[in-house]
Design a protein around this ligand. Sequence first.
Ligand code: EPZ
Length: 428
Amino acid sequence: MDRIHIQGGTPLKGTITIGGAKNAALPLMAASLLTEGTLSLSNLPHLVDISTMAKLLGELGVDISMDGDATGGGHVGRVFRLTAGDLSETTAPYDLVRKMRASVLVLGPLLARAGRARVSLPGGCAIGTRPVDLHLKALEQLGAEIELTEGYIEARAEKGLTGARVVFPMVTVGGTENLLMAACLAKGETVLSNAAREPEVADLAHCLVAMGAKIDGIGTDTLTIQGVDALSGADYSVVPDRIETGTYAIAAAITGGALTIKGARADLLESVFKVLVSAGVDITETQDGLHIARTNGPLKGADMMTEPYPGFPTDMQAQVMTLMAVAQGASMITETIFENRFMHVPELCRMGADINVHGSSAIVRGVESLSGAQVMATDLRASVSLILAGLAAEGETVINRVYHLDRGYERLEEKLSACGANIRRMAE
Ligand code: EPZ
């Protein structure tokens, strides 16, 4: 298993280009199942999860061709052309779903297009049990017959799906995405209330409209979809990754450096930037992205609570906690989305952080500095928070099990070392 070694203490300076959003690319790829036309997706990031989704779609009979950057521009975003001519298979097998929970996003499109789907129940993961009960209940409201047998979701809609009024009892990103895709080909009107408003959901909706879907309320918590008989192919570019942007913004702040982040969109991170500015980070918009600096004076502690968009994103909780660990004063961080998303805490404490967890809240008392140590990555965002801690810590930090990182961060050590970080990956 690879390890990452970091010699901390160097303020980062330079430019980082942001890739397409993992959490937009995955549902967008699944949307290719809805049409026999070709869906061409550009600005796709080079990530393990993207390759896993491509493997799954390939097994379902989707023909996928990939190119380098079609525009020949600087950023090496990958272009995928996906064509789900006739679906040879409608089963998403356990060995792929267990590697990537987002595989469940093929359920809605398969049901809508082929009238049946057999998708392995995604097991839990490090951050929580992560059930998909809300996806299933809502699909049943659209007329799907669903049974759970031998760890698989067996779903049928032989006569097609019928539009309905669905109210999600809690905000679910994946649930909204599955239903949005299914409703595009259902008969009649579907209204999704208490829908997720994440930018990645809006990105999917815009792509579906480009494919011929009729969707109103994009970006709000109420999506109204008029079903159509068929969708066509389209060309679509994936939205920039707001979590990758926020992560590198913190890398600049925690090392006392200054980074230009190309391709970043400040409007997707308002709740995060509000916290960073209150902590003393300078953020300015440039014509091709953002400039993030913390070169004058100490950081100040700030409180935050994770919430569905436009609230503070749970996927930035671990990274901001790391920043607060070296800020002056105390911070209260409350995680309201997942039940077990504090696994970075014991690892940060091994590096000298002063953090106490009480239920879903963590009290962080800032310390002068962290010290390098051997630490263990546990899930994608916890892993990157340890990288951030290592960049700021005195001495060497060794992060084990970095395969978690490769699922969501493209060429991370390359991007960081190009900005002065003393970081290297060792295959061990
Ligand atoms: C998406 O996961 C993201 N993944 C997650 O990012 C992100 O943390 C999460 O949304 C919240 O923003 C992708 O987009 C691929 P949810 P998802 O359904 O769709 C509960 C990362 O690091 N729930 O919004 O699985 C669930 O247990 C990943 O990039 C049910 O109870 O999240 C959780 O507590 C991690 N029943 C809460 O809702 C359901 O049927 C939010 O889950 C569905 C969800």
